[in-house]
Design a protein around this ligand. Structure first.
Ligand code: NAD
Ligand code: AKB
Length: 322
């Protein structure tokens, strides 16, 4: 990787991946793309920034050629809850966007990182120790675009030797940029509720176990995979990766250790509950560990401590606002 393009750079992952890659590869070598982002995260202005609707192929080609891009981290997309409310938009952005990225990668010889998800699994997938290779029959539009995306990335690798690599991310927890409309968003929102109001109303019900990961681990996973020796990769799209697995009552109990007067109620959102019920309780990520040395550093207690510290610091700095 020498010249990197990040699509969806203003989002939850992109706003932090942009900083991490600029530190590693030089600010001028990492081009951040935003969409409808007027005054986005500060991270975008530490290096080159361009506007891009990922559905516009000619603009994408021009950017890739102008900056001599050799690697694309394709993060632009519509997340699960928003996708279920607007499936046509989700298909358009997620599939037209990925097809455009893969085509430009084929023509301009770029490597591609594709973020798949636990959403690529469905109700007939084994929920515990979900294997790397297993049944994938998701019933949400988000999941359908993720399975199609995994297959399309493998197709471009097998047919055109485009160096595509991907991860099945779990729910990501971070404090820089708020999540963009997913089913696992509660695991971020709960910290804002706990720190600001000492209360939170959870939209998933008790007992809903899902895989999760702290953003620092997610960034390291994406960069390590893209830097891995290709000879070691027998899997490409996409690797199971996880760091922790918990239900709402588990994270509530962990936060309560630091904020004893924190309370939580439940008001189940049926749309997001149905999606969550079809996702694994815990994935088996042994192939990622074996093939490129994946090893998470943050578990539930360490992540919780850091989220509380960082958001409390910010609230103090912003005069009580979050
Ligand atoms: P996000 O919603 O925070 O960011 C996505 C970005 O895409 C937004 O900034 C949005 O403006 C941009 N976008 C939307 N439509 C666009 C268009 N037409 N053209 C260009 N950009 C457009 O999402 P995120 O959490 O950063 O996720 C990035 C990717 O990672 C997505 O593909 C998502 O499915 C995947 N992923 C995320 C998580 C997670 O927990 N955050 C977990 C698994 C997979
Ligand atoms: C979502 O909930 O949509 C994302 C994901 C796990 O893919 N956070």
């Amino acid at each position: 990787m020498t010249k990197i393009l990040i699509t969806g750079a203003a989002g939850q992952i992109g706003s932090e991946l942009t900083v991490a890659l600029r530190q590693r590869y030089g600010a001028g070598n990492v081009i951040a793309c935003g969409h409808k982002t007027k005054l986005g995260p500060k991270s975008l202005y530490t290096g080159p920034f361009v506007y891009l609707d990922i559905r516009n192929f000619s603009t994408l080609v021009n950017i890739v050629k102008r900056y001599k891009i050799d690697t694309i981290f394709h993060l632009a997309g519509i997340l699960s809850a928003v996708a279920e409310q607007n499936p046509q938009l989700a298909w358009d952005v997620n599939m037209t966007g990925l097809t455009n990225v893969l085509e430009v990668a084929r023509v301009c010889h770029c490597a591609v990182f594709f973020p798949s998800s636990i959403g690529a699994f469905g109700p007939s997938t084994p929920l515990d120790n979900t294997p790397q290779l297993t049944i994938q029959r998701p019933q949400s539009m988000y999941g359908i675009t993720k399975v199609a995306g995994e297959l399309l990335c493998d197709y471009y690798w097998q047919k055109y030797a485009v160096d595509t690599r991907g991860l099945r991310f779990p729910g990501l927890i971070s404090y820089e940029t708020r999540p963009g409309g997913g089913t696992t968003d509660y695991a971020v929102e709960i910290f804002y509720g706990a720190i600001k109001d000492k209360k939170y109303c959870c939209f998933l019900k008790q007992g809903t176990r899902l895989d999760m990961m702290y953003m620092q681990d997610a960034l390291r996973a994406a960069i390590t995979l893209m830097e891995a020796d290709p000879a070691r990769l027998t899997t490409r799209n996409a690797f199971n990766v996880t760091a922790m697995s918990f239900a709402p009552e588990d994270i509530f109990a962990e936060i309560k250790k630091s904020i004893p007067d924190f309370t939580m109620t439940y008001e189940v959102d049926l749309l997001r509950q149905a999606i969550a019920d079809s996702w694994p309780n815990k994935m088996d990520d042994s192939e990622a560990r074996k093939q490129w040395g994946w090893q998470p550093e943050y578990d539930l207690p360490i992540m919780t401590r850091e989220m509380i510290d960082k958001l409390s610091e910010r609230m103090q700095h912003e005069g009580g606002k979050l």
